[in-house]
Write a protein that binds this ligand. Structure first.
Ligand code: CFM
Ligand code: HCA
Length: 531
């Protein structure tokens, strides 16, 4: 054990110590740095940064679908807390297109509804929605009590479909299911696959068409990606699900290629669309100038058309020329600074690429709820098993390697390799970090404090829950879930915004003036996690 790892673990009871040890890996020669325990239950009592299954289904995946109504079936608190907190931007794509993203719909389940059942209330709520808003698609998202009292949201959805001739999906995404948001992603995607994708018949008109999967348009990231792709000449059929719509998602199976941005939340759909409709997928990363250029080149290689390759290079050159001066300026301000980065399930890795564009090094990193493949790259991964309506879900370990080898025959692989297609684009966080640096899964506030103390990063990227505690300690923190209401950070122009925001944050002298209370007050001593 190293000194740094000791610091994180030695205050724990033996039971907690044993558990947390396997979630913390230090990238050091001699240790076993390639493996980490992930996607397991958080320890009760430990303040994890994770969210719940309902958050993953409602807030993350289906919430951003702008022309569809999402109704929270449950107490009002769940609807209120998930109202506009996830920063997925949306605007109508054509005049008259509905945008329900700013709204919050809820059945407002009270004590008597819990005793007598809430299906009737749900149906009445939907009648009201149909009268006032007449959407073409409704998602019903269950919160914890619904599973406990046994309301059949799938049956309600079928009745709604029959009554109104629209698409309705009942999601049993009760918050307590699974171990984190991750179960919710899977449940949401199962429903989209079963009831939305494949329903449309409108084929793309462009020569090369793509869907962007796992792009939620935080701070307008998706719009920047679309701008670049369209400039090259791609047709973007649909985006899952940032600024996405039922009207476009239903045609997504007709696109040529799926681009997977957030692998964690959406690999399920990519795999299912490959199996059912034969749509290939590429794991891309449009966060970072280098990463964006690499992803665009990978796409051009995939389509293997000299015209497209030429246009790709032209656009990259034009875009670089546009941002070069700003990038150099911010690089001169940021070079050599260090960062800690702890976000949900894919950004902690994606943003390391952008930090590198500015000469910054990530010394500590981790995810809230990622699976082993996100950390380790192409690996054997734990999966969630669910029945068709996701009523029963179970986290299991399945030996499944995610990689090109799985998706192409030996013959196809040979052809691709000869064509120089980059096959090894599955690297995970651990492979990309340097010896001595630390990776922590499902980090908690105590560990965050210890990590900051030991590694002293210049900046710490996190979420709303931990941001202010970190800043009280005198370290600047920027939110990677919401960008502190700035952005976009994706693509070429986004990189400049990121450099500007970081420079602004780091060069304010406020942080050196902060004296945290624990520097002047006596510390509480004890063992964490009981005896
Ligand atoms: Fe994917 Fe996301 Fe993330 Fe995620 Fe999230 Fe998010 Fe995130 Mo918050 S889908 S895993 S469940 S990139 S909401 S847009 S910022 S934790 S790192
Ligand atoms: C979620 C949404 C969240 C929360 C962000 C945060 C987001 O997981 O339910 O805790 O700061 O990105 O909005 O991840």
């Amino acid at each position: 054990m190293s000194k740094e790892r000791d610091l994180l673990l030695d205050k724990y009871s033996s039971r907690v110590f044993k558990n947390r040890k396997s979630h913390i890996t230090q990238l050091e020669f001699g240790e076993n740095p390639d493996e980490i325990t992930a996607n397991t239950r958080a320890i009760p009592g430990i303040i994890t940064a994770r969210g719940c299954c309902y958050a993953g289904c409602k807030g993350v995946v289906v919430g951003p679908v702008k022309d569809s109504v999402v109704i929270t079936h449950g107490p009002i608190g769940c609807a209120f807390y998930s109202w506009g907190t996830r920063r997925n931007k949306a605007k109508p794509s054509y005049e008259g297109e509905p945008n329900f993203v700013p709204y919050s719909f809820c059945t407002d389940m009270r004590a008597s509804d819990i005793v007598f059942g809430g299906e009737k209330k749900l149906e009445e709520g939907i009648d009201e929605i149909m009268k006032l808003f007449h959407p073409k698609c409704i998602f019903i998202c269950s919160t914890c009590p619904i599973g406990l009292i046994g309301d059949d949201v799938q049956a309600v959805a079928r009745r709604v479909e029959e009554k109104y001739g629209i698409t309705a999906i009942g999601y049993s995404c009760e918050g307590y299911k699974g171990v984190s948001q991750s179960a919710g992603h899977h449940i949401a995607n199962n429903g989209l696959m079963r009831y939305v994708i494949g329903k449309g018949e409108e084929a793309p008109k462009g020569k090369y068409s793509v869907n962007i999967l796992g792009e939620y348009n935080i701070g307008g990231d998706g719009w920047e990606q679309e701008r670049i792709l369209k400039k090259i000449g791609y047709e973007v059929v649909s985006v899952f699900t940032g600024d996405g719509s039922y009207e476009t998602l239903k045609n997504s199976h007709l696109a040529d290629l799926n681009l997977v941005m957030c692998h964690r939340s959406i690999n399920y759909i990519a795999e299912m669309m490959k199996t059912k409709y034969g749509v290939d997928w590429l794991k891309v990363n449009f966060i970072g100038v280098g990463a964006t250029s690499k992803s665009l080149r990978m796409m051009a290689k995939y389509f293997n058309d000299p015209e497209l390759t030429k246009r790709t290079e032209e656009v990259i050159a034009e875009e670089l020329a546009e941002i070069n001066e700003d990038m150099e300026y911010y690089k001169s301000k940021l070079k050599g600074k260090t960062a800690g980065i702890f976000v949900g399930g894919s950004r902690s890795h994606h943003y390391q690429m952008l930090l590198r564009d500015f000469g910054m090094e990530t010394t500590i990193a981790g995810y809230e709820f990622a699976h082993r493949d996100d950390y380790e790259g192409r690996e054997i991964i734990p999966q969630i098993k669910a029945d068709a309506d996701s009523k029963n879900i179970e986290e299991i370990s399945v030996e499944r390697a995610v990689g090109y080898e799985d998706r192409y025959s030996e013959e196809e692989l040979k052809v691709l390799r000869n064509e120089g297609v980059e096959l090894d684009n599955y690297s995970g966080m651990i492979k990309d970090m340097k010896a001595g640096y630390m990776v922590v899964d499902d980090y908690n506030m105590f560990e965050t404090d210890q990590l900051i103390e030991e590694y002293k990063p210049d900046i710490f990227f996190s979420g709303i829950k931990d941001k202010y505690a970190i800043q009280h300690g005198g370290v600047v923190s920027r939110q990677m879930h919401s960008y502190d209401y700035s952005g976009p950070y994706a693509g070429f122009r986004g990189a400049v915004n990121f450099g500007r925001d970081l420079t602004m944050s780091l060069y304010t002298n406020a942080w050196s003036l902060v004296k945290p209370p624990w520097k002047t007050m006596p510390m509480l001593e004890g063992t964490l996690g009981g005896a």
